[in-house]
Structure formats: structure tokens, C-alpha cells
Design a protein around this ligand. Sequence first.
Ligand SMILES: *Cc1c(COP(=O)(O)O)cnc(C)c1O
Length: 409
Amino acid sequence: MSIDRFDQINPPARLLMGPGPINADPRVLRAMSAQLVGQYDPAMTGYMNETMALYREIFQTQNQWTLLIDGTSRAAIEACLVSALSPGDKVLVPVFGRFGHLLVEISQRCGAEVHTLEIPWGQVVTAKQLEDAIVKVKPKLVATVQGDTSTTVLQPLAELGEVCQKHGVLLYVDATASIVGNELLTDAWHLDAVSCGLQKCLGGPSGSGPITLSPAFVEHVRNRRHVEAGIKAEHHTDSQGAIIRSNYFDLPMILDYWGEERLNHHTEATTMLYGARECARIVLQEGLDKCIARHQLNGEALAAGLTGMGLELYGDQSNRMNNVVGVVIPAGVAGEAVRSSMLHDFCIEIGTSFGPLQGKIWRIGTMGYNARKDAVLTTLAALENVLRRAGFNTSPGRAVDAALTVYGA
Ligand SMILES: *Cc1c(COP(=O)(O)O)cnc(C)c1O
């Protein structure tokens, strides 16, 4: 083997306009190039506490237990579900896209009794539908997705939170794709556990999963607290609940590590924490409301540009996510060839979709660092060119003009 074959990493200069990951904000990359410190260095534990405080603002919560799970968004989902669901527990999952199916699959792996509420893809669940199902199933937990990027639809949560509270059911929400691009009010909406990732509107790389947990959720998972033998001291007593089936994602142990006792668990992913901290700082310096408004403006401009060139948008537009637009692939146009030309001729990535929507829609995102006018206009101009060459009938300039109207208004 010759080491000369392996060049230094030097990725092409892509503009990532798919449903995530997106280009990381350069500030985040700079923060991530900082040197490491020890796990219990006061500088490090200080950064951990600061990160908790910053993410309380991001999640709009007073929850003390607001912290990072090491791993991608899915790690944060697993930590919440495997810690909350003991074998045999009933969980209710509305399924209206790919990520609802993921919650079902993870819950099944936890040994839970999983009940689903099947909603056609592209639609959302109503509070009435959820309440009827809760009355019937009597679940311990409802698990749902706020923004399912597979369908681009945003699930309204305020009423779902009310219904769950009324019936004494815990509510878990995957807000990976929606957070800071769309409103999310953890406390006001009575959400008990919310998890996300950095690689969507937060403008970072994947690899860290911020979560926030309500006092009720923490009490519930702490009933399953079992301290690892090798670090157990006399004052540590185990709880009555069934031991959590994952060590890495055991929330009571992770809370003990992030809490004052700093009880050893994994080694916090220092570099990812630097990145997550910078993501939150960027959003809060801009202002959370302004950040959401920026996603809304750019999402509207993108949607206007796409319809302006004669394309049809996918899904219930009254509940569309601000930050990702589904576009119906026009009849007679080869969807993958268009994506390939976008990537190879223009260095722009747009997304395909999954399951029943595969080959039927593209997904174009404008999020985080890429929720910008120039990124939207460049993407529209390129797509229009590729589509015209693919035989789609549209007149040059209409897409960009339509988008500019939105920016000008
Ligand atoms: C993108 C996305 C994820 C991503 O999970 P990873 O483990 O970070 O790949 C999870 N949930 C939703 C709703 C998403 O849109």
C-alpha cells in the first residue's frame, strides 16, 4: 500500500441545498478546530454548563436537564426512548412520514408495546385524532416528529401537548429538522422530551444531539437509575424500575455526568460540544425569532421560485416546514438525472425522498447557514437551467424573478 494514494481531505465546494446535512457555518468549523481540554477540567465543565444554558434558550425551556447526547440525532432519539420505555410499556406513535416509522422501529427495539396512528404522508395528525387514540390505547408515552423532512410537513404541537397533559401521558418530540427554523416552545406546549441534531437549521455538522427533558420525564427515567458497578459509591442507591437496556444511552447515568456530581460515564465529545455551543451562540446572537423569520422568508422565496417556473409543490402547504420544500418531479423528467446535473454541473446538492415518495419528489432545503438569498437564487437559476435542458417547458428567468419578488416585498 502506498500512502501517496491518500490525499489530504479536500472536499469539493458543494452548496448543500437538500434536506440536510447542510454547509456548516464557518464559525462552527472554527470553534471545532480548538484544542481539547480534559474531561473534568473546569474549562470543560464550564463549557458544558454554558451549553446547557444556551440550549435552554434554543428549546425555549426552563428545564434544568438540557444537554447533549453524543452521536447524531438518532442517538438522541434512542436515548429518550430507550430510557423512557421499559419492555411492555405502551407507546403511541403518529406515523406520517419516514421518521414516524423510525420512532416505531426504535420503540419496538426497546420492547415496548407500540401502537401507531397512521396518517397519509403529507398530512398531520389532529389533536382530536390523537386524543381518541390516547383514550383507546392508554399509552405511557406519545412519540412524534415536529418536522418530518421526508414529507416537508410541520406537525402543529401546541394542542397535542395539551391533550397529552390532560391524559397524563408523556410527550416526546423529534425536532431535528425543524428547530430554530420553525417555532418550538417546549414549556408553553408541555413537551416532556425534545431532541434534535445540528445538521439542519442549527447550521452545524451531524454528530451531536441536543435534548431537553421536563421534570416529569426526568422523574420517570430516574425510576430506572442503576449506577455502573465500577463507579458506584455508598450513597448511590439503585431505583426500582427495570434497568435501561443501553449503557451508552442511559439517561439517568448521563444526567449524573452532566450534573453536579460529574459521575463518570462516557468521555464527552469535546469537539462536538464546541460545535454545538457555537451553533447555539450564532442563533441566539441573531435572535431566535429573527432566525425563524429568516428561514420563513427564504423558504417562501424558494417556494415562489419553484412555482414561478411552473413546478408543483408537494404536501399540505398550510402546514409546510419553513426550511424544506417538496417539489413534484414533473412527468417525463428523470429526477435522478436532474439531481446529478445539479451536482456535477453546478456543485449544488438537492434531495430525493424515501419510501412511497421515492422518485416522485425532490426536497430542497434552505436552512441554517444556507438560509440565504444568494443560496436560494443560485439554486433556482441552476435548477431552471437543468430542467429546461431536460425538456421541461419554462421561460428563462421566471424562477429567480418570482423569488426576488418575495425578497423585495
Ligand atoms: C434529518 C433528520 C434526522 C437525522 O437523524 P441523524 O441520526 O442525524 O441522521 C432525524 N429526524 C428527523 C425528523 C430528521 O429530519
